[in-house]
Design a protein. Structure first.
Length: 421
């Protein structure tokens, strides 16, 4: 009797031990925390579906989203970096924040991660990597090109065709200028560095064949190409074709002019139509066909993602990054938020689109990939942006020659960049 009981007891003990082991494995879930501001921008349901999809594919990883209002995001991220907070594994990041995070040792270099996954790296668009001093610290999540958009109904009423070149752009502005009604074709936002660097100077710089910074870290926007770019805007500013007072105009005023029908054209990103419809629901906007000058390059900007160098869960965090840029997710998110994800698959998915804004975005990306520009990652971004704004304003108003104005700003930029080499 006792001999029979021993094997039974042993079996029970074994089964209990096995159950505990399996339970332990089931509980061995890695949690990664993602600090960002996109829940409401993308829509709570869309955002939740994104996370659910990843966790379904990776049941051993749980993603906890820490959503912050955008105005508070930079401060929250900098506070975490200053304290060496290891609770965040990855985070949303703007270009102007990266340098500070590098100084604090809080943002992971991504080159080694990209090099070990060539297929993943090759699937990104050429402008996806955000570099500082030769190292990649962040990947653009979605890409924002800047191009000429116009009011479809006004153009049809006036019998105007959308411009196909910079010369035709000026011709259209002349056709829209009505002195008897004090109407202009376009307004310029020259009080905000981000606007004039991307929509105006950077766009023309790309098509002149110029660059902001070369591969050796030298500031080169004061090159002949840069001078030509600023000279174009100086000449346009003096033609009486844009709303007066541009030096003090902000983006809110620019949007209101467009939505109210006070102007009928704008140079802006793909989101401009949705923004205008919030003020004027029936407005119809479209992008003009792609332009070319000396090159067919475009200026791009983005918001992106970074991995915390303090994270104890970098492998899991990188797996989530790979998921975000997968073909299925990138194509779906491009459709959902109407901004092109930073993958070649997402760009290709827009080919043949009926959307009057998005249909040309693949052409902007591919017509001259070597000449496309991404806004550079800058140390002391706010200060350098302000220095460039002053230079641009001095150049367009004739206070200084375009060359002298750009030389002055380039020297300020170079001094800061030299500090991070």
């Amino acid at each position: 009797m006792r001999r029979r009981m021993i094997p039974r007891v042993a079996s029970v003990v074994f089964l209990i031990a096995l159950g505990l082991a399996l339970a332990g494995r089931a509980e061995a879930v890695t949690e990664i925390k993602w600090l960002q501001w996109w829940v409401n921008e993308w829509g709570p349901d869309n955002h939740a579906s994104l996370i659910t999809g990843f966790e379904k594919e990776n049941p051993d990883i749980k993603v906890t989203v820490v959503d912050s209002p955008y105005p508070q995001m930079a401060g929250k991220l900098n506070a975490a970096a200053a304290s060496g907070d290891a609770s965040y594994d990855l985070f949303g990041v703007e270009a102007g924040w990266i340098s500070g995070l590098v100084k604090l040792g809080y943002i992971e270099k991504l080159d080694a991660w990209l090099n070990r996954d060539k297929a993943f790296a090759d699937g990104l668009v050429e402008t996806a990597r955000r570099r500082l001093a030769g190292s990649t610290y962040s990947l653009c999540l979605y890409m924002i090109p800047y191009h000429f958009a116009y009011n479809v109904d006004v153009f049809q009423k006036k019998g105007l065709q959308p411009p196909r070149s910079w010369d035709e752009f000026v011709t259209v502005l002349r056709a829209l200028r009505d002195k008897s009604q004090n109407r202009y074709g376009m307004s310029l936002t020259l009080s905000e560095p981000g606007f004039l660097m991307t929509r105006y100077f950077g766009y023309r710089l790309a098509q002149e064949g110029g660059r902001w910074i070369d591969n050796d870290g030298k500031v080169v926007f004061n090159s002949p190409e840069g001078v030509a770019a600023l000279t174009f805007w100086k000449n346009l500013y003096g033609m009486d074709l844009v709303v007066p007072g541009s030096l003090g105009e902000n983006q809110t005023q620019m949007l209101e002019y467009l939505a109210a029908g006070q102007v009928d054209t704008i140079i802006d990103g793909p989101f401009i139509w949705s923004k205008a419809k919030q003020i004027s629901p029936n407005i119809r906007l479209a992008y003009a066909p792609p332009w070319k000058l000396k090159t067919g390059g475009y200026q791009w900007a983005c918001s992106g993602i970074g991995v915390s160098s303090k994270s104890p869960n970098k492998e899991a965090a990188w797996k989530f990054v790979q998921y975000l840029y997968s073909k299925t997710v990138s194509v779906q998110m491009t459709k959902t938020i109407s901004l092109p994800w930073a993958t070649k698959a997402a760009m290709a998915s827009l080919s043949g689109s009926s959307d009057p804004i998005l249909r040309y975005v693949p052409d902007f990306s591919t017509q001259d990939t070597r000449s496309n520009l991404l806004m550079p990652v800058l140390p002391e971004g706010a200060r350098l942006g302000e220095a460039f704004k002053i230079a641009f304003q001095d150049g367009v108003t004739g206070k200084k020659s375009p060359q002298a104005a750009l030389d002055e700003a380039a020297a300020i930029w170079q001094a800061e960049l030299n500090k991070v080499k």
